[in-house]
Design a protein around this ligand. Sequence first.
Ligand SMILES: [Zn+2]
Length: 130
Amino acid sequence: MYDYAQGIKNQYMRSSAPISKVVYDDKIHIINNALGLHTHVSRVQGGKLKKKNEIRISSLFRKVPEPLLRMIVVHELAHLREKEHDKAFYNLCCHMEPEYHQLEFELRLYLCHRDRFGDLWIGQSFEVSV
Ligand SMILES: [Zn+2]
């Protein structure tokens, strides 16, 4: 997983500081707000600020197809440089993944579906139309 994220980073964000670590985290809250999709760690726990270049990905995403995982990694990588979900942030996302907006849309659909019906990927084949 680390190599995967690092690979994308090296390709598009060579100038930024290296990623220290990439981990799956069971405790991540998905904050799906109006501005964008958030997979960031809640800072409330222990009140400790997370390390700057650590990427945390919700364990929920272990099972998503590769294009969606890529979108999530791209999102988190972009946050290493841009903190807000502003234009510069999305420009950076689209620079790394031209289908970024489409993939984010599909991820939202997936999360909505999952809320209602449970895990979509188990025992079902699902193709991402990109
Ligand atoms: Zn974000």
